[in-house]
Design a protein. Sequence first.
Length: 160
Amino acid sequence: MASEKVHMAHEDAPPLLRDVDLRNDPQAASFVKHETVQVVFATTAGELSSREGPNRYAAGDAIITGATGDRWSVSRERFEARYQPLGAAAMGRDGPYVNRPIPVLARRMAHAFRMARSAGGDLLQGKPGDWLLQYAPGDYGVVEQGRFAQVYRKLGACRT
């Protein structure tokens, strides 16, 4: 992985990846997500546990339930840039949304790993076969293999 630095917290923890940049990684490719999700906007700050780790959120942030039942949070600013309401619903109201077709870099990881969502952000954990996503420099996600296969498509690949 380009510019990858690995740190071990202790022997039982998977390596913590830092300074990862998938833009120059030959094993990474561009993908687009297509998924209708259900959204509730948080009225107070809190934290939820996703399959990949803790997700802290502030009042006004989006709490999302995906088509596979997975839950995660997205900051309000990032949510409004990446999702649009379905039908006549207005942005910022609870209900169904669909993601905008924004390309993301992704790499399937062969080994267990940990990665911060952003500088000082939640620490996510991936298992062998999970995908590391880079939305922008310093902005990451981790997606379980089965979920990735259901909602992401490689750019230029045909849907079956």
